[in-house]
Design a protein around this ligand. Structure first.
Ligand code: ADP
Ligand code: MG
Length: 623
C-alpha cells in the first residue's frame, strides 16, 4: 500500500476483528449497509442543494451503481452523493465516535449474540464491508471540493490515505472479495440481495457487469409514497429494518396519507423490543422528517412527546418549508397539529394491538410499559386513554403485568370501595409487604407497582372510572370493617397504654401508634400518615441525594401477634424501649427501607434471642 499510514483506533480494531472472524451467519447484510450509506449520502446532497443548488449541478441523476468486475474479483458500490473530505474520511472511517459502540462490542462478545443483525443498529455499518472483502478501497470527493481522497485498508490494524483524482463528486467503495466469498460476484445473487433489503429506498440501485448493460434492480420509489394497497406486510417489515436497524420485526404499524388543511404522510411502527438506551430520556428519539419527499433530519423529537419515544417511523410533510430547522420545529403550529394527530394515531394503534393481539401487546408492554406510564404523568389530555392501556401485576396475577384496570374493576367484590395498590422496589418486596395482609384476607385484589415511574403514576392517576386509587400503605386506606367486633374493641382498650408507651419510646420516629386492622401475620407495619408523601418516594428522593419532604409515619401493631403480648407484659422501661425499637426497625426492613443504625438493630436482636434461650424467658413452656 502507498500513501500516508494511519492506525485504527483500538475499538475499531476490536470491532473489525469481530466482523471478520465472528460474523458468518448473515454475510449478505454488507450490501444493505453500503447501499444505506450511499442513500444517506444522496439524501445529504439533496438537502444541501436546497441552499446551494450548484452542488447538484447537471449531475442530478441520483443513484447507486453496483459495478461487477469478475476479472479483478471486485464489486464497487458507487454513489453520486455528498462525498467526504479528507478530515471526514479520517473521522468516519478510522474511528468509531459513537457511544453505542462499547455496548455493541459487549453484546457481541457473549456466545449467543454473535449476530450480524446487530451491526447496523450501532452505526458501524461501513466496517461490515470486511465481512466479505480482504481489502477495501474508498475513493471519495466531496461535492464542494476539487480534490479527492483514496482510503485503503485490509481491515487489520491500519489504513492508508492519499490524495487522488476523481472526475465527479461522490464515493466509490471497492470491495476486493475474499476467495471464500466469490459467490457475491454473481449478478443474480446481488440482485436478490438488493430486492430483499433495498427495494423500498427512494433511490434507484443499478447493476452492471463491466461495461455491460445497466439494469435498475429495485423499485426505487420511497415506500410511503406508494398506495397502501400495493404494499405487502413484508415490504413494511423490510422498510422498518432499513429505517430502524432493529433486528426484530415490528409488532404493528400504521401508514396514513392526510390531505386537507394539513397535508402529510405518516408511517409509524411499534417495535418489539427496547433499544439499549431507551432509559436515557436525553437520547434523541422521534421520527424521520421529510419535506416533499426530501429527507430533512433524523430524530425529529418534536413530532412525538417523550412518552412515545419508542415509536419509530417518519413524517413527510407538504406544508413545512424545505429549510426547516430544529429551532423552527419547536414552536411551529403545523408541527403541533401533526404531533397531536400522531399521538392519537399511536394510541389507536396500541388500542388495536391490545384488543386484537393480546400476546403481542404483552410483549410490547413488557418492553415499553414504564415509558407509556410516563404519559399518565405528562399528558393530562390523554390520561384516561393511557390508563386503559396500562397493565399491572396484581396479588391475583403476579407472573406478568397483564391485568388492566377494567379487568380489575370488573371482578372486584361489591363491598370494595377503591382500587388498591402497593408500591415497592421489587415484586418480592411488594408481595411480602405486611400492608397487604388485611386486603388478602378480605379477598381484595391489589396492584403490585414496582416501576420507579409508578410513584408518579399514582400521584397523577387518582381515579379510574369513578373509583379512587388508594395505597395499601396509606393512613386513609379503607379497610375498616363497618362495625368493630367486640374482640377488637376489647383489644383497643387493652392496648391503649401500650400505644402510649410506644409513642413515647419512638418519639421523633413515628407520628403515633395505633392498633391495626390490616395486619394478620406480621407484628407491625408503618403506614403513611394521612397527608404524608409515599414512603418509597421519600426514599427515592433521599437516594438521589435530594432533600426528602420527611413526614413521620404511623406505627400499626398487630395485637394477635405473640411479640405484642410480650411487649405488653414488659414493665422495665429500658427493655420496653429495646423491643419498641426492634418492632420499628422490623417494620422499616419489611417495606424495603434502610435502618438508620443497623448495628444497634443487630445488637438488640441478639440480646433478645439470648434472653429467649435462658430460663428467664417469659415464654413458659408447659410440661
Ligand atoms: P452510519 O451510517 O450509521 O453513520 P457507518 O459505519 O455505516 O455508520 O458509516 C459511518 C460514516 O461514514 C457515515 O455516517 C458517513 O458519514 C460516512 N460514510 C459512509 N459511507 C459514505 C458514503 N458512501 N458517502 C458519504 N459518507 C459516507
Ligand atoms: Mg451506515
Amino acid at each position: 500500500m502507498s500513501g500516508e499510514r494511519h492506525e485504527f483506533q483500538a475499538e475499531t480494531r476490536q470491532l473489525l476483528r469481530l466482523m471478520i472472524h465472528s460474523l458468518y451467519s448473515n454475510k449478505e447484510i454488507f450490501l444493505r449497509e453500503l447501499i444505506s450509506n450511499a442513500s444517506d449520502a444522496v439524501d445529504k446532497l439533496r438537502f444541501s442543494a436546497i441552499q446551494q443548488p450548484q452542488l447538484l449541478g447537471d449531475d442530478n441523476d441520483l443513484a447507486v451503481d453496483l459495478i461487477i468486475d469478475k476479472a479483478a474479483g471486485t464489486i464497487t458500490v458507487r454513489d453520486n452523493g455528498i462525498g467526504m473530505s479528507r478530515a471526514e474520511v479520517i473521522d468516519n472511517l478510522g474511528t468509531i465516535a459513537r457511544s453505542g459502540t462499547k455496548q455493541f462490542l459487549e453484546s457481541l462478545s457473549g456466545e449467543a449474540r454473535k449476530d450480524s443483525a446487530l451491526i447496523g443498529q450501532f452505526g458501524v455499518g461501513f466496517y461490515s464491508a470486511f465481512i466479505v472483502a480482504d481489502k477495501v478501497t474508498v475513493l471519495t470527493r466531496r461535492a464542494d471540493e476539487t480534490t479527492a481522497v483514496r482510503w485503503e485498508s485490509d481491515g487489520e490494524g491500519s489504513y492508508t490515505l492519499e490524495d487522488a483524482e476523481k472526475a465527479s463528486r461522490g464515493t466509490d467503495v471497492v470491495l476486493h472479495l475474499r476467495a471464500d466469498d466469490q459467490e457475491f460476484i454473481e449478478p443474480m445473487r446481488l440482485q436478490h440481495i438488493v430486492r430483499k433489503y433495498s427495494d423500498h429506498i427512494g433511490l434507484p440501485v443499478r447493476l452492471r457487469e463491466g461495461e455491460g448493460e445497466v439494469e435498475t434492480v429495485n423499485r426505487a420509489a420511497a415506500l410511503w409514497t406508494r398506495p397502501k394497497s400495493e404494499i405487502s406486510d413484508d415490504d413494511y417489515k423490510a422498510f422498518y429494518t432499513h429505517l430502524s436497524h432493529d433486528p426484530q420485526p415490528p409488532l404493528a404499524w400504521t401508514h396514513q396519507k392526510v390531505e386537507g388543511n394539513l397535508s402529510y404522510t405518516s408511517l409509524l411502527y411499534i417495535p418489539a423490543s427496547a433499544p439499549f438506551d431507551l432509559w436515557n430520556r436525553e437520547q434523541r428519539r422521534g421520527l424521520q422528517l421529510y419535506v416533499k419527499r426530501v429527507f430533512i433530519m433524523d430524530d425529529a423529537t418534536e413530532l412525538l412527546p417523550p412518552w412515545l419515544r419508542f415509536v419509530r417511523g417518519l413524517v413527510d410533510s407538504d406544508d413545512l418549508p424545505l429549510n426547516v430547522s430544529r429551532e423552527l420545529l419547536q414552536n411551529n403550529r403545523t408541527v403541533e397539529k401533526i404531533r397531536s394527530a400522531l399521538v392519537k394515531r399511536s394510541l389507536d394503534l396500541l388500542d388495536d394491538l391490545a384488543q386484537n393481539k393480546t400476546e403481542d401487546y404483552a410483549r410490547f408492554w413488557q418492553a415499553f410499559g414504564p415509558v407509556v406510564k410516563e404519559g399518565i404523568v405528562e399528558d393530562g389530555a390523554q390520561r384516561e386513554r393511557i390508563a386503559k392501556l396500562c397493565r399491572f401485576r396484581t396479588t391475583r396475577e403476579s407472573d406478568a403485568a397483564k391485568v388492566s384496570l377494567a379487568d380489575y374493576l370488573a371482578r372486584m367484590p361489591a363491598e370494595q370501595k377503591a382500587i388498591y395498590y402497593i408500591t415497592a422496589d421489587t415484586l418480592a418486596a411488594a408481595q411480602a409487604s405486611p400492608h397487604l395482609e388485611g386486603y388478602r384476607s378480605r379477598g381484595f385484589e391489589v396492584l403490585l407497582l414496582t416501576d420507579r415511574v409508578d410513584e408518579w403514576l399514582v400521584m397523577h392517576l387518582q381515579e379510574f372510572e369513578g373509583k379512587k386509587l388508594e395505597s395499601c400503605a396509606g393512613g386513609a386506606a379503607d379497610l375498616a370493617p363497618t362495625i368493630e367486633t367486640p374482640e377488637q374493641l376489647r383489644q383497643d382498650g387493652e392496648y391503649a397504654p401500650v400505644l402510649e408507651r410506644l409513642q413515647k419510646a419512638l418519639a421523633g420516629k413515628i407520628e403515633k401508634a395505633q392498633v391495626s386492622r390490616r395486619l394478620v401475620e406480621s407484628p407491625a407495619c408503618l403506614v403513611e400518615s394521612e397527608h404524608g408523601v409515599s414512603r418509597r418516594l421519600e426514599r427515592m428522593f433521599r437516594e438521589a441525594g435530594q432533600v426528602a419532604p420527611t413526614t413521620q409515619p404511623v406505627l400499626e401493631i398487630n395485637p394477635t401477634h405473640p411479640l405484642l403480648a410480650r411487649i405488653k407484659d414488659t414493665a422495665d422501661d429500658a427493655e420496653f424501649g429495646d423491643l419498641a425499637a426492634l418492632l420499628y426497625d422490623q417494620a422499616v426492613l419489611a417495606e424495603g427501607g434502610q435502618l438508620d443504625d443497623p448495628a444497634a438493630f443487630v445488637k438488640r436482636l441478639n440480646s433478645l434471642i439470648l434472653a429467649g434461650s435462658t430460663p428467664k424467658s417469659s415464654i413458659i413452656v408447659p410440661g
